[in-house]
Design a protein around this ligand. Structure first.
Ligand code: ADP
Length: 297
């Protein structure tokens, strides 16, 4: 049994329901999505979501949502004077536009309680975090998070990082790139997406993305690239695989998050690197043929 701890922010999602003016509330977040898929794909895993929430009823509902999905809540911190972050989707000529309210999000204080993080990480074999987890931390939280991960690494935990570049969450693109680079240096496995990386790091192709993270010390790098070829390096061996062709893409939300869950559950389940990437792209293929972040696959 693998003990998987995903750490990050889960938000309230308000999605419009047709033209009725009504909204449906649900919960989503990159690291939550990966935990959710990991639990479904590997029911024998012990999956925990490490986060912080407020004390009101909407926070209670989120914790219930996690439990109902089989995702453990042992490491959900309660912070009384905070709440959950929220985003609202507005449709503009068929395009989805996102508005965010997250300044009072409890998850921004997630890393302020050092002993809490150490307890969560001590209970893991594999720890998963993202560039968004890091971006939203307030004050000294980013340093505290990376210090706790580095400490967990020295204690034999495997650290997995999806850079998930979101420039809007950072003061500047330079600041984002500096922190993401630092985060990669504490990680064994890095799972970036090439298009974002090219935009912000200037990688000329997916191989450049792969090589940049390998140079930072990651033993395993798998570069997602939408429908494009997936380049990887794993313990010194390089290769490339083709994702499954999908002609009827419905919604690419959580393609990368679900890919990561597919990859990690296969990889730690004993699959070889290419077999694990195939499993991952098959999971993502099914997810992008459904609507929303959490597709019952
Ligand atoms: P992200 O959601 O992080 O931007 P990508 O868009 O690179 O990630 O997609 C992640 C994975 O999902 C890809 O590596 C691929 O396996 C699958 N995928 C995404 N878009 C497509 C597509 N149009 N056709 C086939 N597979 C896709």
């Amino acid at each position: 049994m693998t003990r998987f701890v995903s750490v990050g922010e889960c938000m309230v999602e308000m999605a419009p329901q047709g033209k009725s003016g009504q909204y449906a509330m649900s919960f989503a977040g990159d690291t939550l999505n990966t935990a959710w898929y990991a639990q479904r794909l590997a029911p024998d895993w012990a999956v925990q979501y490490a986060t912080a929430v407020g004390s009101g009823p909407v926070s209670d509902q989120m914790v219930d949502f996690l439990s109902d999905a089989g995702v453990g809540t042992d490491f959900v911190r309660r912070i009384d004077d905070r709440t959950l972050g929220l985003y609202l989707i507005a449709l503009n000529n068929g395009e989805r536009h996102f508005s965010y309210w997250r300044s009072q999000s409890a998850a921004r204080l997630l890393a302020q309680d050092g002993p809490f993080l150490l307890r969560a990480f001590a209970a893991a074999d594999v720890i998963y975090f993202s560039g968004i987890t890091l971006a939203v931390q307030e004050g000294s939280g980013r340093d505290k998070l990376l210090d706790a991960l580095a400490r967990a690494r020295t204690r034999g935990k495997t650290i997995v990082f999806d850079s998930n570049l979101r420039p809007g969450l950072w003061d500047s693109a330079d600041q984002m790139c500096a922190w993401v680079t630092k985060a990669a240096t504490v990680s064994h496995i890095v799972l970036p997406s090439h298009d974002d990386e090219a935009r912000h790091f200037g990688d000329k192709d997916a191989l450049a993305t792969r090589d940049r993270y390998v140079a930072l010390g990651a033993a395993t790098v798998v570069v997602k690239n939408g429908p494009g070829l997936i380049h990887y390096q794993h313990q010194g061996a390089r290769g490339v695989t083709e994702p499954a062709v999908v002609s009827d893409v419905v919604d690419t939300t959580a393609a990368g998050d679900s890919f990561n869950a597919g990859f990690l559950t296969a990889h730690f389940g004993g699959a070889g690197i290419e077999e694990a990437i195939h499993a991952a792209s098959n999971v993502a293929r099914r997810v992008i043929q459904g609507r929303g972040a959490l597709v019952a696959i």
